[in-house]
Design a binder for this molecule. Structure first.
Ligand code: GLU
Length: 311
Protein backbone atom coordinates (compact mmCIF):
# COMPACT_ATOMS: atom_id res chain seq x y z
CA UNK A 1 0.00 0.00 0.00
CA UNK A 2 1.44 3.37 -1.00
CA UNK A 3 0.97 5.93 1.70
CA UNK A 4 1.49 9.64 1.29
CA UNK A 5 5.11 10.67 0.68
CA UNK A 6 6.58 11.92 3.93
CA UNK A 7 9.81 13.64 4.75
CA UNK A 8 12.08 11.44 6.79
CA UNK A 9 14.86 12.75 8.99
CA UNK A 10 17.26 9.97 8.05
CA UNK A 11 20.07 11.23 10.25
CA UNK A 12 17.85 11.14 13.31
CA UNK A 13 16.37 7.73 12.46
CA UNK A 14 19.79 6.21 11.82
CA UNK A 15 21.29 7.61 15.03
CA UNK A 16 18.37 6.55 17.20
CA UNK A 17 18.27 3.00 15.88
CA UNK A 18 22.05 2.73 16.09
CA UNK A 19 22.04 3.62 19.77
CA UNK A 20 19.13 1.28 20.46
CA UNK A 21 20.90 -1.65 18.81
CA UNK A 22 24.22 -0.87 20.54
CA UNK A 23 22.49 -0.76 23.92
CA UNK A 24 21.40 -4.39 23.49
CA UNK A 25 23.54 -7.51 23.74
CA UNK A 26 25.73 -8.16 20.69
CA UNK A 27 24.79 -11.77 20.03
CA UNK A 28 26.26 -14.31 17.61
CA UNK A 29 29.79 -15.23 16.65
CA UNK A 30 32.48 -14.00 14.27
CA UNK A 31 33.22 -16.30 11.32
CA UNK A 32 36.41 -18.08 12.27
CA UNK A 33 36.54 -20.74 9.56
CA UNK A 34 38.67 -18.30 7.57
CA UNK A 35 41.41 -17.68 10.18
CA UNK A 36 42.14 -14.13 9.02
CA UNK A 37 38.51 -13.07 9.59
CA UNK A 38 38.74 -14.12 13.24
CA UNK A 39 41.11 -11.21 13.92
CA UNK A 40 38.40 -8.55 13.49
CA UNK A 41 37.11 -6.65 16.52
CA UNK A 42 33.58 -7.96 17.20
CA UNK A 43 32.35 -4.59 18.44
CA UNK A 44 32.72 -2.83 15.10
CA UNK A 45 29.35 -1.57 13.96
CA UNK A 46 28.70 0.90 11.18
CA UNK A 47 25.92 1.91 8.81
CA UNK A 48 25.80 4.16 5.77
CA UNK A 49 22.76 5.30 3.82
CA UNK A 50 23.08 6.88 0.39
CA UNK A 51 19.94 8.30 -1.20
CA UNK A 52 19.03 8.92 -4.82
CA UNK A 53 19.58 12.63 -4.16
CA UNK A 54 23.16 11.82 -3.22
CA UNK A 55 22.60 12.54 0.44
CA UNK A 56 24.83 10.43 2.64
CA UNK A 57 24.36 9.56 6.30
CA UNK A 58 26.83 7.47 8.29
CA UNK A 59 26.94 6.22 11.89
CA UNK A 60 29.50 4.25 13.91
CA UNK A 61 32.36 2.60 12.01
CA UNK A 62 30.88 3.43 8.62
CA UNK A 63 34.23 4.36 7.12
CA UNK A 64 36.20 1.32 8.34
CA UNK A 65 37.04 -1.23 5.68
CA UNK A 66 36.11 -4.88 6.15
CA UNK A 67 36.05 -8.11 4.15
CA UNK A 68 32.93 -8.00 1.98
CA UNK A 69 33.11 -11.75 1.20
CA UNK A 70 29.91 -12.98 -0.51
CA UNK A 71 28.63 -9.48 -1.17
CA UNK A 72 31.16 -9.49 -4.02
CA UNK A 73 29.10 -12.23 -5.72
CA UNK A 74 26.52 -9.63 -6.74
CA UNK A 75 29.24 -7.65 -8.49
CA UNK A 76 30.66 -10.64 -10.36
CA UNK A 77 27.14 -11.72 -11.35
CA UNK A 78 26.32 -8.23 -12.63
CA UNK A 79 29.48 -8.10 -14.70
CA UNK A 80 28.90 -11.55 -16.16
CA UNK A 81 25.30 -10.60 -16.95
CA UNK A 82 26.49 -7.43 -18.65
CA UNK A 83 29.02 -9.38 -20.72
CA UNK A 84 27.17 -12.61 -21.58
CA UNK A 85 23.49 -11.66 -21.21
CA UNK A 86 20.92 -14.41 -20.71
CA UNK A 87 23.43 -17.13 -21.71
CA UNK A 88 24.52 -17.25 -18.08
CA UNK A 89 21.21 -18.82 -16.99
CA UNK A 90 22.10 -21.97 -18.92
CA UNK A 91 24.86 -22.61 -16.40
CA UNK A 92 23.33 -21.36 -13.15
CA UNK A 93 19.73 -21.36 -11.92
CA UNK A 94 17.83 -18.65 -10.02
CA UNK A 95 16.06 -20.70 -7.34
CA UNK A 96 16.53 -20.30 -3.58
CA UNK A 97 18.34 -23.39 -2.37
CA UNK A 98 17.22 -23.74 1.24
CA UNK A 99 20.67 -25.20 1.93
CA UNK A 100 23.84 -23.63 3.38
CA UNK A 101 25.96 -21.49 1.07
CA UNK A 102 28.71 -24.08 0.71
CA UNK A 103 26.47 -27.10 0.23
CA UNK A 104 27.36 -29.84 -2.24
CA UNK A 105 24.20 -31.91 -1.95
CA UNK A 106 21.96 -30.55 -4.71
CA UNK A 107 24.74 -30.45 -7.29
CA UNK A 108 24.66 -34.21 -7.81
CA UNK A 109 20.96 -34.36 -8.70
CA UNK A 110 21.14 -31.03 -10.59
CA UNK A 111 23.97 -32.28 -12.82
CA UNK A 112 26.41 -29.60 -11.73
CA UNK A 113 24.04 -26.66 -12.33
CA UNK A 114 24.09 -24.58 -9.12
CA UNK A 115 20.72 -23.48 -7.73
CA UNK A 116 21.64 -19.80 -7.75
CA UNK A 117 24.62 -17.50 -8.35
CA UNK A 118 25.00 -16.55 -4.67
CA UNK A 119 25.76 -20.03 -3.38
CA UNK A 120 29.48 -20.71 -3.50
CA UNK A 121 28.92 -23.22 -6.32
CA UNK A 122 27.00 -20.68 -8.42
CA UNK A 123 29.50 -17.93 -7.74
CA UNK A 124 32.29 -20.23 -8.90
CA UNK A 125 30.52 -20.88 -12.19
CA UNK A 126 30.19 -17.11 -12.63
CA UNK A 127 33.88 -16.70 -11.76
CA UNK A 128 34.69 -19.31 -14.39
CA UNK A 129 32.85 -17.22 -17.01
CA UNK A 130 34.82 -14.13 -16.02
CA UNK A 131 38.10 -16.06 -16.05
CA UNK A 132 37.29 -17.12 -19.64
CA UNK A 133 36.42 -13.56 -20.63
CA UNK A 134 39.08 -11.40 -19.01
CA UNK A 135 42.73 -11.38 -19.94
CA UNK A 136 43.71 -10.62 -16.34
CA UNK A 137 40.64 -11.60 -14.28
CA UNK A 138 41.85 -10.27 -10.92
CA UNK A 139 43.01 -6.92 -12.28
CA UNK A 140 40.08 -6.46 -14.65
CA UNK A 141 37.48 -7.34 -12.02
CA UNK A 142 39.03 -4.94 -9.52
CA UNK A 143 39.10 -2.19 -12.13
CA UNK A 144 35.37 -2.71 -12.78
CA UNK A 145 34.57 -2.51 -9.06
CA UNK A 146 36.69 0.64 -8.66
CA UNK A 147 34.76 2.15 -11.55
CA UNK A 148 31.45 1.43 -9.78
CA UNK A 149 32.80 3.04 -6.61
CA UNK A 150 34.35 5.90 -8.56
CA UNK A 151 37.37 5.36 -6.33
CA UNK A 152 40.74 3.69 -6.79
CA UNK A 153 41.00 3.01 -3.07
CA UNK A 154 39.46 -0.49 -3.29
CA UNK A 155 41.72 -3.56 -3.09
CA UNK A 156 41.90 -7.26 -2.41
CA UNK A 157 43.25 -8.42 0.93
CA UNK A 158 46.04 -10.81 0.00
CA UNK A 159 46.09 -11.99 3.63
CA UNK A 160 42.39 -12.94 3.58
CA UNK A 161 42.60 -14.57 0.14
CA UNK A 162 45.61 -16.62 1.24
CA UNK A 163 43.99 -17.51 4.54
CA UNK A 164 40.84 -18.78 2.81
CA UNK A 165 42.84 -20.72 0.22
CA UNK A 166 44.76 -22.44 3.01
CA UNK A 167 41.56 -23.89 4.51
CA UNK A 168 39.28 -23.92 1.46
CA UNK A 169 38.86 -27.68 1.23
CA UNK A 170 35.11 -27.55 0.71
CA UNK A 171 35.32 -24.84 -1.93
CA UNK A 172 38.01 -26.83 -3.73
CA UNK A 173 35.75 -29.89 -3.57
CA UNK A 174 32.82 -27.86 -4.95
CA UNK A 175 34.81 -26.47 -7.85
CA UNK A 176 36.25 -29.85 -8.80
CA UNK A 177 32.82 -31.47 -8.49
CA UNK A 178 31.24 -28.94 -10.86
CA UNK A 179 34.20 -29.39 -13.20
CA UNK A 180 33.38 -33.10 -13.33
CA UNK A 181 29.98 -32.16 -14.84
CA UNK A 182 31.67 -29.87 -17.37
CA UNK A 183 30.18 -26.68 -15.92
CA UNK A 184 33.61 -25.24 -15.04
CA UNK A 185 35.63 -24.69 -18.22
CA UNK A 186 38.93 -23.47 -16.80
CA UNK A 187 41.30 -25.18 -14.41
CA UNK A 188 39.71 -25.26 -10.89
CA UNK A 189 42.94 -23.90 -9.43
CA UNK A 190 42.65 -20.73 -11.51
CA UNK A 191 38.92 -20.28 -10.86
CA UNK A 192 39.43 -20.75 -7.11
CA UNK A 193 42.33 -18.28 -7.06
CA UNK A 194 40.04 -15.68 -8.60
CA UNK A 195 37.11 -16.62 -6.34
CA UNK A 196 39.16 -16.32 -3.13
CA UNK A 197 40.47 -12.93 -4.21
CA UNK A 198 37.04 -11.68 -5.20
CA UNK A 199 35.69 -12.59 -1.75
CA UNK A 200 38.64 -10.86 -0.06
CA UNK A 201 37.81 -7.39 -1.41
CA UNK A 202 37.65 -4.83 1.37
CA UNK A 203 35.25 -1.90 1.53
CA UNK A 204 33.67 0.34 4.11
CA UNK A 205 29.90 0.82 4.46
CA UNK A 206 30.40 4.17 2.78
CA UNK A 207 32.04 2.54 -0.25
CA UNK A 208 29.55 -0.33 -0.37
CA UNK A 209 26.59 2.01 -0.50
CA UNK A 210 28.27 3.89 -3.36
CA UNK A 211 29.18 0.73 -5.30
CA UNK A 212 25.67 -0.71 -5.11
CA UNK A 213 23.92 2.45 -6.26
CA UNK A 214 23.76 0.98 -9.76
CA UNK A 215 21.02 -1.34 -8.43
CA UNK A 216 19.09 1.45 -6.67
CA UNK A 217 19.39 4.37 -9.05
CA UNK A 218 17.99 3.78 -12.57
CA UNK A 219 19.97 6.82 -13.77
CA UNK A 220 23.31 5.57 -12.48
CA UNK A 221 26.11 5.85 -15.00
CA UNK A 222 29.83 5.10 -14.87
CA UNK A 223 32.44 7.76 -15.65
CA UNK A 224 32.08 6.83 -19.33
CA UNK A 225 28.39 7.72 -19.17
CA UNK A 226 27.20 4.11 -19.52
CA UNK A 227 24.59 2.24 -17.49
CA UNK A 228 25.95 -0.82 -15.73
CA UNK A 229 22.82 -2.87 -16.44
CA UNK A 230 19.61 -1.96 -18.21
CA UNK A 231 16.38 -1.80 -16.20
CA UNK A 232 15.31 -5.33 -17.00
CA UNK A 233 18.67 -6.78 -15.94
CA UNK A 234 18.68 -4.60 -12.82
CA UNK A 235 15.26 -5.95 -11.92
CA UNK A 236 16.54 -9.50 -12.20
CA UNK A 237 19.64 -8.97 -10.07
CA UNK A 238 17.48 -7.33 -7.40
CA UNK A 239 15.03 -10.22 -7.61
CA UNK A 240 17.80 -12.76 -7.02
CA UNK A 241 19.06 -10.73 -4.07
CA UNK A 242 15.52 -10.71 -2.68
CA UNK A 243 15.09 -14.47 -2.98
CA UNK A 244 18.64 -15.78 -2.49
CA UNK A 245 20.73 -13.02 -0.88
CA UNK A 246 20.80 -14.27 2.71
CA UNK A 247 21.76 -17.94 2.54
CA UNK A 248 18.94 -20.10 3.85
CA UNK A 249 17.56 -17.12 5.75
CA UNK A 250 16.48 -15.20 2.64
CA UNK A 251 12.79 -15.64 3.49
CA UNK A 252 13.41 -14.32 6.99
CA UNK A 253 15.26 -11.26 5.67
CA UNK A 254 12.41 -10.51 3.26
CA UNK A 255 9.93 -10.96 6.07
CA UNK A 256 11.77 -8.76 8.55
CA UNK A 257 13.42 -6.14 6.33
CA UNK A 258 11.62 -6.29 2.99
CA UNK A 259 14.43 -5.15 0.72
CA UNK A 260 16.64 -6.90 -1.86
CA UNK A 261 20.09 -7.34 -0.40
CA UNK A 262 23.16 -9.48 0.08
CA UNK A 263 25.20 -10.44 3.10
CA UNK A 264 28.69 -11.81 3.60
CA UNK A 265 30.41 -13.78 6.35
CA UNK A 266 32.56 -10.73 7.12
CA UNK A 267 29.41 -9.31 8.75
CA UNK A 268 28.45 -6.91 5.96
CA UNK A 269 24.97 -6.44 4.52
CA UNK A 270 24.01 -4.23 1.61
CA UNK A 271 20.37 -3.59 0.72
CA UNK A 272 18.70 -1.43 -1.90
CA UNK A 273 15.36 0.28 -2.23
CA UNK A 274 15.12 0.70 -6.01
CA UNK A 275 14.43 4.32 -6.89
CA UNK A 276 15.20 5.53 -3.34
CA UNK A 277 18.41 4.50 -1.62
CA UNK A 278 21.17 2.04 -0.92
CA UNK A 279 22.09 1.13 2.67
CA UNK A 280 25.08 -0.81 3.98
CA UNK A 281 25.57 -2.15 7.50
CA UNK A 282 28.49 -3.94 9.09
CA UNK A 283 28.84 -5.78 12.37
CA UNK A 284 31.05 -8.91 12.39
CA UNK A 285 29.08 -11.16 14.73
CA UNK A 286 26.87 -13.52 12.72
CA UNK A 287 23.66 -15.28 13.65
CA UNK A 288 23.27 -19.04 13.20
CA UNK A 289 22.49 -18.66 9.50
CA UNK A 290 25.64 -16.60 8.85
CA UNK A 291 24.05 -13.14 8.60
CA UNK A 292 25.19 -10.17 10.68
CA UNK A 293 23.17 -10.18 13.92
CA UNK A 294 23.25 -6.44 14.45
CA UNK A 295 23.07 -5.68 10.75
CA UNK A 296 19.77 -7.50 10.42
CA UNK A 297 18.43 -5.99 13.60
CA UNK A 298 19.31 -2.51 12.40
CA UNK A 299 17.78 -2.92 8.96
CA UNK A 300 14.58 -4.39 10.34
CA UNK A 301 14.17 -1.42 12.65
CA UNK A 302 15.09 0.98 9.83
CA UNK A 303 12.48 -0.19 7.31
CA UNK A 304 9.89 -0.50 10.06
CA UNK A 305 10.53 2.96 11.45
CA UNK A 306 10.69 4.71 8.05
CA UNK A 307 7.90 2.53 6.58
CA UNK A 308 10.12 2.26 3.52
CA UNK A 309 10.28 -1.25 2.19
CA UNK A 310 9.38 -2.57 -1.23
CA UNK A 311 6.37 -4.40 0.22
N1 GLU B 1 34.63 -16.73 0.76
C1 GLU B 1 33.59 -17.27 1.56
C2 GLU B 1 33.44 -18.76 1.33
O1 GLU B 1 33.50 -19.20 0.24
C3 GLU B 1 32.32 -16.55 1.25
C4 GLU B 1 31.25 -16.91 2.20
C5 GLU B 1 30.18 -15.88 2.37
O2 GLU B 1 30.44 -14.71 2.62
O3 GLU B 1 29.04 -16.30 2.25
O4 GLU B 1 33.29 -19.50 2.23
Amino acid sequence: MKLEEKTIDYKKVLTTIYHNVVSEENKGAIATYIPELAKVDADNFGVCLLTMNNEQFGVGNWQTKFSIQSISKVLSLSLAYQIFGDEIWKRVDVEPSGTPFNSLVQLESDFGIPRNPFMNSGAMVICDMLVSHYENPKEDFLAAVRELCKSSDISYSEAVAKSEASVGYRNKALCNFIKSFGNIKNEPEEVLGFYFHMCSIEMSCQELSQVFMYLANPNFTTSTGDNVLNLSKTKRINAIMQTCGFYDESGEFSFRVGLPGKSGVGGGIVAVYPGKYCIAAWSPKLNEKGNSYRGMKFLEAFTTETEESIF
